[in-house]
Design a protein around this ligand. Structure first.
Ligand SMILES: N=c1c2ncn([C@@H]3O[C@H](COP(=O)(O)OP(=O)(O)OP(=O)(O)O)[C@@H](O)[C@H]3O)c2ncn1[C@@H]1O[C@H](COP(=O)(O)O)[C@@H](O)[C@H]1O
Length: 118
């Protein structure tokens, strides 16, 4: 399988930024006309349930469906994650910070450090 291209990640990054802005704009949107506005209006628990549902769909797609289905389900999940983050008032900066803090730290080393502390 070819390695992930940096250009593809940058394209996804740009699209996520645009989508996050759209989600922001929908906070005061009309729930009769906007799915995002409706979901935001329905509260954090509803957003959380949608994320769980979409996450399970990604998992099923990865296990047993086509690559195209995996990509489509992942797009659904990313959208619902953005809505859930907005519903909880978690800015993308905070997620970026959490990811940046882990950069270069192996998951194996991180788990070992946690087990030493316990
Ligand atoms: N990326 C998305 C996106 N991905 C998925 N969805 C919607 O998410 C919904 C949930 O998917 P499901 O398969 O679970 O459908 P469902 O069972 O009918 O949903 P529920 O009744 O359980 O909520 C569907 O209605 C999809 O259309 C999206 N809706 C909107 N966007 C983006 O958000 C923008 C703003 O959309 P509106 O807020 O609707 O104007 C759009 O232009 C898109 O760019």
């Amino acid at each position: 399988m070819p390695k992930q291209e940096l250009g593809s990640a940058q394209q996804l990054n740009a699209l996520i930024a645009i989508l996050a802005r759209t989600v922001d704009e929908r906070v005061d949107g009309n729930p009769d006309k906007s799915y995002t506005a409706r979901l935001l209006r329905s509260g954090e628990i509803r957003c959380a349930k949608k994320i769980a549902e979409e996450g399970a769909e990604v998992a099923l797609a990865i296990a047993a469906e086509s690559r195209k289905d995996v990509a489509a389900e992942t797009a659904d999940l990313l959208f619902h994650l953005l809505v859930g983050l907005r519903a909880r008032g978690v800015p993308l900066d905070m997620v970026a910070e959490a990811l940046a803090e882990r950069r270069g730290v192996s998951g194996i080393a991180e788990k070992a450090a946690r087990q030493t502390k316990a």
